[in-house]
Design a protein around this ligand. Structure first.
Ligand SMILES: [Ca+2]
Ligand SMILES: [Ca+2]
Ligand SMILES: [Ca+2]
Ligand SMILES: [Ca+2]
Length: 652
């Protein structure tokens, strides 16, 4: 297959939109934005992060490129086969395409921050078995309530360690020192996990004002109860949320949310595949249903297709430190045997009850609407979220949730496999979703990439939520291919132009967007309380990456730390904030879980552009109460306590 060479700026220009009316078929050396348009390409690229959103500047929607062949079946890929996209130096675009002189959005401060002391481990470098491939999540949480977000990184393991031989890998909790550095406090905190870890979710399940941690494993899960003194105690077994069996069970994503409105946080956990260490799914084996496991005709690890999916679990919080498994009664047990990854509770149809969205790998996604009677209705297909626009399933990994349109409704962004695009599902306002990925300009660029952690974040504080995606392949062998893909990949950032269209932000060489790693989990939050959203990536078999947002355009912002009242969850999971400033009303929700089996800073961040004041702020608390709150200024972190208004957050 002939590769497609893209010129320096072409990759970043929105090629389908700019390229005119002909469909962007994947043909050799097809220029993406043409010589005549080169100047405008350059200008728009250089100016991109500083220009104001301009409405109506795009006339033609993107159209989907046509694959040259359908993919081999088996394995994880659900897309077609596309020609490689190479930059001018003939590097695959997944590890190239850097733009000299592009504005620096993020700085890689991993080493400076001390976060490089953690190293993730996940089986062998060859990744012959599916257990070794998906990697782990990361959480941003303020575990010691000092007002400064801390970082928890989940670790994987090795087969030796699973069999009781060799060193046990350790997860890590990093305390924020308030000066740009972090200290590993795992030993004191007692949260090393020392199992083959995957996901993490944050929630104050006992409403004591201190965030607790749920960690999913291949093997029993952990519920780390926060003891208020910098230590945690694993209470998963006593609480009934360990998810244990005769053989190890593989859990992946997790999310806390009060689905039944009793004021206590419940817990939902996705299962991935049934994986038997004694009968591993290798190519041609019974465990892989005699499939010969291939990607583009080359042998690769088997799964998830061909393997049995693990059950999902809904745990109802009894209010006495224990939970009851109610997934079958609530109709969210994963009867279809799908492979669950990213998951979050969120009110997707705005009836005041928390629904469940699940990104499933290689099969249709789930959307469960909360019926309000303790059960859910599976609306995956009728809602439009199960399948992409052309009716095919995708290998979904991460889940971003946010109101990028400033319409008042939550839309969904899903990261997927290579040879497929990442999907933006617009909420039509009633919980129905449309795949508008190509029209919005967030799809074509992503086809060579394989995505994981993702989220909506307003990196430039202009009041419009942008999209970040962390990337990295699952097959190390792609580095030896001529497919235009790399195992380690750079992240992608899409700037929201006007609530309808996005544009890729160019990666300046040696900047945070130019970091080429094999990423998995991603969490977003303002780690330094400077009003700019930072990103933490958990990579596979390597150190994490801390991308500090250093983009400065003088835009204003506020960050809100919500504390719920007696009738709802204390950490306000499920609360919605509607903030009006500068003529637009933005919405942010307190959400646990999401991204790729990770947990974001649960404080609500609002970019305000040049607006100097908040004109209106309405909080809709989980118990149904609506409260109008005034803020005493901007460019600060505020604490809002239900029924008691706002105060400046005490930063200790
Ligand atoms: Ca802290
Ligand atoms: Ca707690
Ligand atoms: Ca509950
Ligand atoms: Ca923005």
């Amino acid at each position: 297959m002939e590769p497609k060479i893209v010129k320096r700026f072409e990759f970043f220009q929105d090629r389908q939109r700019v390229g005119g009316s002909s469909p962007p078929r994947v043909t050799k050396n097809r220029p993406l934005c043409g010589v005549r348009r080169a100047l405008s390409c350059v200008l728009s690229m250089l100016m991109m992060p500083s220009v104001s959103p301009t409405r109506g500047q795009q006339e033609k929607p993107q159209e989907a490129p046509k694959p040259q062949a359908q993919s081999q079946s088996g394995g994880a890929s659900t897309g077609g086969v596309f020609a490689p996209v190479l930059d001018e130096k003939h590097r695959p675009i997944t590890a190239g395409g850097f733009v000299e002189g592009a504005p620096v959005i993020f700085e890689d401060v991993t080493r400076k921050s001390g976060l490089d002391k953690f190293k993730h481990v996940s089986g062998s470098p060859e990744k012959n078995l599916i257990l070794e491939a998906p990697g782990s999540g990361v959480a941003i949480l303020d575990y010691d309530n000092d007002g400064w977000p801390d970082i928890y990184l989940v670790n994987g393991s090795t087969f030796d360690a699973l069999r009781g031989k060799g060193k046990l890998p350790r997860a890590a909790l990093f305390h924020n020192n308030h000066d740009g550095t972090f200290t590993d406090v795992t030993d004191k905190a007692g949260v090393a996990n020392e199992r083959w870890g995957f996901g993490v979710a944050v929630g104050d399940y006992d409403n004591d004002g201190w965030p607790d941690l749920y960690v999913t494993n291949y093997g029993e899960n952990r519920l780390y109860h926060n003891n208020h003194d910098g230590t945690f105690t694993d209470v998963a077994e006593a609480a009934g949320v360990a998810v244990s069996g005769v053989k190890p069970i593989w859990s992946a994503g997790a999310t806390f949310g009060d689905y039944d409105g009793d004021g206590k946080l419940d817990l939902y956990v996705t299962g991935y595949v049934k994986f038997d260490l004694d009968h591993p799914p290798v190519s041609g084996s019974a465990a892989a249903q005699y499939n010969f496991c291939q990607y583009r005709g080359k042998p690769v690890m088997c799964g998830p297709r061909g393997l049995a999916g693990e059950q999902n679990h809904l745990f109802h919080n009894n209010g006495n430190g224990t939970f009851t498994e109610v997934s079958k009664k609530a109709s969210v047990a994963n009867e279809k045997g799908y492979y669950g990854f990213g998951v979050a509770f969120a009110d997707l149809n705005d009836d005041g009850k928390l629904d469940l969205a699940v990104a499933n790998d290689s099969v249709p996604n789930y959307l469960f609407l909360n019926k309000g009677d303790g059960s859910f209705e599976d609306v995956s297909y009728p809602s439009g979220f199960a399948l992409k626009e052309d009716g095919r399933e995708q290998a979904s990994m991460g889940l971003g949730i946010g109101d990028y349109e400033n319409s008042g409704h939550l839309s969904l962004y899903v990261t997927t496999f290579s040879d497929d695009y990442y999907s933006l599902y617009r909420n039509e306002g009633d919980g129905n979703f449309s795949d508008i990925s190509f029209q919005a300009g967030v799809a074509a660029t992503t086809i060579p990439f394989l995505g994981w952690g993702t989220g909506f974040l307003d990196y430039d504080n202009d009041g419009w939520k942008d999209i970040f995606a962390a990337n990295g392949h699952v097959y190390p062998g792609v580095d030896q291919s001529d497919w235009g893909m790399t195992y380690a990949q750079r992240p992608l950032l899409f700037r929201n132009l006007d609530g309808k269209h996005f544009q890729v932000v160019p990666a300046a060489p040696n900047s945070g967007l130019g970091v080429v790693v094999c990423a998995r989990g991603a969490a977003f939050g303002d780690l330094f309380n400077d009003g700019k959203i930072d990103v933490v990536l958990n990579t596979i078999d390597g150190p994490p990456v801390l991308l500090r947002n250093v983009f400065n355009n003088g835009n204003n912002w506020v960050t809100l730390h919500l504390i719920g009242g007696a009738k709802g969850p204390r950490d306000a999971i499920g609360a919605k904030a509607f903030l009006t400033a500068g003529g637009i009303t933005q919405r942010n929700d307190v959400i646990s879980g999401g991204s790729y089996i990770s947990n974001n800073d649960m404080r609500l961040h609002f970019g305000m552009g040049k607006a100097k004041q908040v004109d209106k702020l309405e909080i809709r608390w989980p118990d149904g109460t609506k409260e109008n709150v005034t803020l005493s200024g901007v460019n600060r972190v505020f604490r809002i306590t239900e029924g008691k208004g706002s105060a400046e957050e005490p930063l200790k």
